[in-house]
Design a protein. Structure first.
Length: 165
């Protein structure tokens, strides 16, 4: 039962989802309208920080330079044997900022990113690619029917079961 899930259970579930699914949909604002792009990501120590390696030439990066507000949507893949409405998924909202190469966390994030995406190594040498830090404030996590949870950056390890209003 969803109410029986502990914070630790939910924490393990979101961690497994982002470990197993390596890409998500980054939603930016293009002229005030949502614009989606497929992006690889890595997370920090919890869900409140995610990192993307983006080209300045990409539309989503140009959008973030104008309006830093974003949403990152991550979902397990659909399969013929699964009900698509019960797929595990999470929607995170926040803002993005470039992570300067001189930042204290830059080397560790770059290393983490390259462990997960070794084929991205040459792109770190391209002048138009930059690491971006997503500073996420809210998350909505669905683990199946009746298993929706929310959390905020103020209490990232506390998951509240979403009940119908």
């Amino acid at each position: 039962m969803a109410d029986a899930m502990t914070n630790e259970d939910v924490q393990k579930a979101w961690s497994a989802l982002v470990r197993d699914v390596r890409t998500g949909v980054l939603l930016t604002l293009r002229n005030g309208r949502p614009f989606g792009s497929h992006v690889p990501y890595v997370f920090g120590s919890d869900w409140t920080r995610a990192y993307l390696h983006l080209s300045r030439l990409a539309l989503h990066t140009q959008h973030l330079l104008v309006v830093p507000h974003l949403s990152l949507f991550i979902s397990e893949p659909d399969r013929p044997d699964k009900n698509p409405l019960a797929l595990k998924r999470m929607n995170l909202q926040g803002e993005a900022a470039m992570l300067p190469s001189g930042a204290s966390a830059y080397a560790a994030i770059k290393k983490q990113y390259l462990v997960r995406f070794p084929l991205a190594a040459p792109m770190f040498g391209f002048g138009d690619f930059t690491l971006w830090e997503l500073r996420l404030q809210h998350v909505h996590l669905v683990l199946g029917f009746g298993q929706a949870f929310v959390s905020t950056a103020a209490t990232p390890l506390t998951w509240t079961h979403q009940k119908p209003e």
